[in-house]
Design a protein around this ligand. Structure first.
Ligand SMILES: Nc1nc2c(ncn2[C@@H]2O[C@H](COP(=O)(O)OP(=O)(O)OP(=O)(O)O)[C@@H](O)[C@H]2O)c(=O)[nH]1
Ligand SMILES: [Mg+2]
Length: 459
C-alpha cells in the first residue's frame, strides 16, 4: 500500500514577522518573529557564539546578520523565547538592530525569502489569545494600553489586562452554568417530578446575578471616560470669553481673542490632561443671529458640538448676567445635567448679584480651581472606584452585559409565569453565552477580525 504523503508544513502554523517598533530612525529597532520556524530562520542569517536553535528560553545573544552574498548587514542582539513562555505562546525571537529603516528592510526582506510571511495587524496578540495566553478582554486591553495617553486611561487598561473584568465575568458564568445544569437535570427527570433547585433559590440566584450585572453596567460611563476622555464644549454668546478660557486652561495663546464679538468662527479642538484625565476642549463661535455666511456656519457648528459633548460649559459675561434665552435653547439640544453654567470676567465686578454654578475670571485665574473640580465631577461623577474594582470601558463588553441581563429577565419572567423548565434553561444558557462572548469563550471570526484589525502590525 502507498504511504499517505502529508506535507507537514501544511499542518504547521505559519511563522510570521514584523517590525515591532515604530518605523523610522531610532536608537534601536526590534523585529519580532513568531512561529515554529523562528529559530531555524534566524540561524540561517545569524552567526553568533551558539545557534539560536540550541539556546535556552529568555536568553539574549550577540552576533552578526549576513545577506545571501555573505556581506554583513548589522550586528544585533537576539532575544529567545521558547514555547509556551512567550508573548504568543509559540517559539519566538526578537532581533534588536541599529535603528535604521534600511537595515530593518534588508533583514525582513531576507527572512521573507525563507519560510516566513509578514504578520497581519494584531496577529501576534491574536495568537496569544488563540493559544490561551490571554482572554479576549485582555487582548483588547493591550490595544487600550498602546493607545492610552493619560495616567487614568493607562490604569484602566492595566486593570483590564490584569484580568479584573475577566475574573468577575467568569464568577458570574460559573454561577449561571451551575444553576442551568440543575434546571437541565430536572428536565431529564421530568417524569419523576424531582426538584433539584427550588423556585426561590433559583430566583434568588438570578436576582443576585442581575444585581452584579447592574453594578458592572453602571461603571461604563466612568470607564468610557477614563478610556476615551471627556468632550467639553465651551459655548455662549459672542465676546463672553470662551476663547480666553480655552487659552487659560491650555496655558497658551491657542485661539484668537479680541474685543470684537464674533471672533471665533470655526470649532477649535484641543486636548489637555487635568489630574490624569483627558479633556477634549471645543471652543466654539459665539451663538447669535448673524447675516454673515461664515459666522452662520460657525454657529451651526457650535450647536453640533453641544450635541456631542459630555460636559457643556455655558459661559456668560458678568456684566450681562446669565442669558436665559440661550440657556433655554441649550436645554433643547442637550441633557440638563450636562450643562455647567459659568460666569466669566468676575474681575470686572466685585458685587456679584448673579448666581451661577461657577464664577471665574479668565484674566486673573480666579475661580479656576473650582471650575476644574466641577469639570472632573461632571465627567466622572462622585463614585470612587478602587484599583481593584472591575470596570467596563469597552462598548462591546457593555453590550454583552446588557444582553446577558435581558436573557436573565426573560428567565425570571418564565419563572413567574411557571413556564416549563426548558424555557428557563435556554435563557440561562443564553445569558451564559453572552458573558462568554466578553472573554472570548465563544467567538466568531467576525468578532475576532473586528478586534484584531484595530491593532498595529507588529503587536
Ligand atoms: N476683564 C476681563 N476680560 C476678559 C475676560 N475674559 C475675556 N475677556 C475679554 O473679553 C473679550 C472677548 O474675549 P474672547 O475670549 O475673544 O471671547 P469669545 O467668547 O471667545 O468671543 P467670540 O469668539 O467672539 O464668540 C476680549 O477682549 C477679552 O480680553 C476676563 O475674565 N476678564
Ligand atoms: Mg472666541
Amino acid at each position: 500500500m502507498d504511504a499517505i504523503n502529508i506535507d507537514v508544513n501544511l499542518l504547521k502554523e505559519d511563522t510570521i514577522i514584523a517590525l515591532a517598533t515604530p518605523s523610522g530612525i531610532g536608537a534601536i529597532s526590534v523585529i519580532r518573529i513568531s512561529g515554529p520556524d523562528s529559530f531555524d530562520v534566524a540561524d540561517s542569517i545569524f552567526k553568533g557564539k551558539i545557534k539560536i536553535a540550541d539556546s535556552l528560553s529568555h536568553t539574549i545573544h550577540y552576533g552578526n546578520i549576513f545577506d545571501n552574498s555573505g556581506s554583513l548587514i548589522d550586528d544585533v542582539l537576539i532575544s529567545v523565547f521558547r514555547t509556551p513562555n512567550s508573548y504568543t505562546g509559540e517559539d519566538s525571537i526578537e532581533i534588536s538592530t541599529h535603528g535604521s529603516p534600511f537595515i530593518v528592510k534588508k533583514i525582513i526582506e531576507l527572512l521573507l525569502e525563507k519560510n516566513v510571511r509578514m504578520a497581519e495587524p494584531g496577529e501576534f496578540t491574536k495568537r496569544a489569545f488563540l493559544n490561551g495566553r490571554i482572554d479576549l478582554t485582555q487582548a483588547e486591553a493591550v490595544i487600550d494600553i498602546i493607545n492610552s495617553r493619560t495616567e487614568a486611561s493607562l490604569r484602566g487598561a492595566r486593570n483590564q489586562l490584569d484580568g479584573l473584568l475577566s475574573a468577575k465575568v467568569n464568577d458570574l458564568r460559573s454561577l449561571l452554568i451551575n444553576s442551568s445544569s440543575y434546571v437541565e437535570l430536572e428536565l431529564d427527570f421530568a417524569e419523576e417530578d424531582i426538584e433539584l433547585i427550588g423556585h426561590d433559590e433559583l430566583l434568588g440566584r438570578i436576582d443576585k446575578i442581575i444585581f452584579e450585572l447592574d453594578a458592572l453596567l453602571s461603571t461604563y460611563s466612568f470607564g468610557r471616560i477614563v478610556r476615551d476622555g471627556v468632550n467639553v464644549a465651551l459655548v455662549g454668546k459672542p465676546n463672553v470669553g470662551k476663547s480666553s478660557l480655552l487659552n487659560y486652561i491650555l496655558k497658551e495663546s491657542r485661539a484668537i481673542v479680541s474685543h470684537i464679538p464674533g471672533t471665533t468662527r470655526d470649532v477649535i479642538r484641543e486636548e489637555v490632561s487635568i489630574d490624569g484625565i483627558l479633556f477634549r476642549l471645543f471652543d466654539t463661535a459665539g451663538i447669535r443671529i448673524s447675516n454673515d455666511e461664515i459666522e452662520k456656519e460657525g454657529v451651526l457648528r457650535s450647536r453640533a458640538v453641544v450635541k456631542d459633548a459630555d460636559v457643556v460649559l455655558f459661559i456668560n459675561d458678568v456684566e450681562q448676567g446669565i442669558d436665559g434665552d440661550l440657556l433655554e435653547e441649550l436645554f433643547l439640544i442637550t441633557d440638563k445635567e450636562k450643562i455647567v453654567t459659568v460666569i466669566n470676567k468676575i474681575d470686572l465686578k466685585t458685587n456679584l448679584d448673579v448666581k451661577a454654578n461657577i464664577e471665574v475670571s479668565a484674566k486673573t485665574g480666579e475661580g479656576m480651581d473650582i471650575l476644574f473640580k466641577k469639570l472632573k465631577m461632571a465627567a466622572l461623577g462622585t463614585t470612587n472606584y478602587s484599583e481593584k474594582s472591575a470596570i467596563v470601558s469597552n462598548l462591546r463588553h457593555y453590550n454583552c452585559l446588557k444582553k446577558a441581563k435581558a436573557s436573565l429577565q426573560n428567565a425570571k419572567n418564565s419563572l413567574f409565569n411557571k413556564f416549563s423548565g426548558e424555557f428557563i434553561a435556554v435563557d440561562l444558557r443564553n445569558a451564559e453565552g453572552n458573558l462568554g462572548e466578553i472573554i472570548g469563550a465563544i467567538t466568531s471570526d467576525d468578532i475576532l477580525n473586528n478586534i484584531f484589525t484595530k491593532f498595529c502590525i507588529g503587536k
